[in-house]
Each structure stands twice: as structure tokens, then as C-alpha cells.
Design a binder for this molecule. Structure first.
Ligand SMILES: C[S@@+](CC[C@H](N)C(=O)[O-])C[C@H]1O[C@@H](n2cnc3c(N)ncnc32)[C@H](O)[C@@H]1O
Length: 245
């Protein structure tokens, strides 16, 4: 079962577990549009939807679909949404009925998208650099690729679960029962703050790789992108670049 199946099953729907719920974060409303603009670094005040309006967009690793929701509301001509997790796709289908199950690594080059967004996804795969290359192959000339990746500077906070040693550390999590996992998250909330959902997010994925902004900038350059910029970059690396037209 993909790591995120367990997570998405417990954050909403009939099987929701109160401690892990964050319903406000996933409701499809105007707030998602505001968050999308902020995270992608869209600062234009005169036409805030120009980046997306009339464009063919992809939400790669859509989860329950908060950015799918934002791009539909911003007037995209089409939004495609996929995720490895069936549970995520079931939820995203409430926003985009055509959302589908897909593994990034099984995608063939198909440069048809004006905008590809892959937010907090590829650092949860066994080969983030390979996944980045797969995403690059979907961006059409002149199109944009937006990614969010964990920033190495924050690894210290996650008790070994984030960064190069994440796979070995994850062995400790795998042997816990579901109730023990929730308890571990609640203990982390008591010790460090945040909420149980956030800690489940941090502990549950086997792959939690992290990078420096320069490393990600180099990936963009290697794939031939230009005009590489950062969005709101307080905690994570939010970056975008353009394929030459
Ligand atoms: C932290 S969630 C982010 C979801 C969404 N992008 C968002 O910002 O709300 C990471 C998502 O990446 C998906 N994912 C992980 N590996 C994947 C892969 N190889 N192919 C497609 N999706 C993948 C997970 O199933 C999960 O839903």
C-alpha cells in the first residue's frame, strides 16, 4: 500500500481519525486559490489568474486536490490530476472527476502542459532527481514547472525522519500499530508544537529526502529550464522555471 493511502484515509471521509483531521486545509474554496498564489509566488495584483487562466495544467501527485481546486477556480482550460495513492485520487475526484491513479516513474515524455505543479511529492519517492526529469518531460516549450521540496536546513527538527537517513529511521515507525503512531504524533505535538496531522505527514512516508535550493536550481538547469525563481521559501524550497519557447 502506498504510504499516503493510510494518511489520506485518515484525514477525511468516513474513516477519519479526529487527531489527524485538517478538514479546512482540503476544502475546495477560495482560500485554496489564495494559498496557491502565495505558494507559487504569484505577485501580480492586476491579473492574479493570468498564469493559469486558459492554460492546460497538471497537478502531479495531487493528493486530495487542493491545487487542482485552485487551478480550476482560476479558470484553467483543463486540469489533469494524478496520484499514486488510490485514497488520494478518490478524494480528488470530488473536485476533478477525471483524477487518476498514476506513478510518476511510469510516465513517458509528453510535453503538452503549460503548467505542471508537483507540490511536496518527489521528495517522497525513491529517486527524486529521476522524478524531476519525468516531470520536465511533460512541460511544453514556454511552459512552467513548479515544485516544492523539503529544505535540508530543517532536517534537524525531524529527529532523523527527514534527509539522507530517512529510510533507515523509518524502520522504527513501521513496527508501530496505528494507535501507537497516533500517540507518537501527539507526543511530538506536546514536545515541539504543531498538530498531529503535520507530524503524521513527517513520520509516515518512507522517503523524506531534502535538498538545498542550489541543488534544485541545478536540476532545473540540467533539464534546460530558464528563468528559475523561488516562490515563498520560508520553510521549504518552492521553485519554478520555464522551458525555453
Ligand atoms: C505530501 S502529499 C502532497 C499532495 C498535494 N500535492 C498537496 O500539496 O496537497 C504527497 C503526494 O505525493 C504522492 N506520491 C508519492 N509518490 C508518488 C509517485 N511516485 N507518483 C505519483 N504520486 C506520488 C503521494 O501519494 C501523496 O499524495
Amino acid at each position: 500500500m502506498p504510504d499516503f493511502d493510510e494518511q489520506w484515509k485518515h484525514v477525511s471521509g468516513e474513516e477519519a481519525v479526529a487527531a489527524l483531521m485538517r478538514p479546512q486545509q482540503y476544502a475546495c474554496n477560495e482560500q485554496r486559490v489564495k494559498e496557491f498564489r502565495k505558494n507559487m509566488g504569484i505577485r501580480s495584483w492586476f491579473n492574479k489568474n493570468a498564469l493559469i487562466k486558459g492554460k492546460v495544467c497538471l497537478d502531479a501527485g495531487c493528493g486530495p486536490g487542493r491545487w487542482t481546486c485552485a487551478m480550476i477556480r482560476m479558470g484553467a482550460a483543463r486540469v489533469d490530476s494524478f496520484d499514486l495513492s488510490e485514497e488520494a485520487v478518490k478524494r480528488c475526484q470530488k473536485i476533478n472527476p477525471k483524477a487518476y491513479v498514476q506513478n510518476i516513474f511510469d510516465i513517458e515524455p509528453n510535453p503538452v502542459y503549460d503548467v505542471v505543479v508537483s507540490w511536496g511529492v518527489i521528495h517522497h519517492t525513491p529517486d527524486p532527481r529521476g522524478a524531476f526529469s519525468k516531470l520536465s518531460g511533460l512541460v511544453k516549450p514556454g511552459g512552467l514547472l513548479y515544485v516544492m521540496l523539503y529544505d535540508k536546513k530543517n532536517d534537524w527538527y525531524y529527529d532523523g525522519y527527514r534527509g539522507d537517513g530517512c529510510v533507515e529511521k523509518h524502520a522504527e515507525w513501521e513496527v508501530l500499530s496505528f494507535d501507537e503512531k497516533v500517540k507518537k504524533c501527539e507526543d511530538a505535538v506536546a514536545a515541539k508544537g504543531g498538530d498531529a496531522h503535520g507530524w503524521f505527514d513527517a513520520f509516515n512516508p518512507k522517503y523524506n529526502y531534502s535538498y538545498t535550493p542550489d541543488e534544485v536550481r541545478a536540476w532545473y538547469a540540467e533539464e534546460g529550464f530558464v528563468k528559475v525563481r523561488t516562490g515563498c521559501i520560508k520553510y521549504n524550497i518552492n521553485m519554478f522555471g520555464q522551458k525555453p519557447a
